[in-house]
Design a binder for this molecule. Structure first.
Ligand SMILES: [Zn+2]
Length: 49
């Protein structure tokens, strides 16, 4: 199940991304993964500047 949009799948597709945040494992679907990556990159960019 996607931790962001709530999309469910019988088996987690390979395109989905899983990450551990604060000891909690979270799984994001491919769409939310892209948005998540953009958010992370945005934070890194703001840190760099
Ligand atoms: Zn999602």
């Amino acid at each position: 199940m996607c931790a962001r949009c709530g999309t469910t799948a019988a088996e987690t597709p390979l395109t989905w991304t899983s990450s551990v945040e604060g000891g909690v494992r979270r799984t994001f679907c491919d769409t939310c993964s892209r948005e998540n990556i953009r958010a992370i990159e945005g934070r890194l960019d703001s840190d760099w500047w």
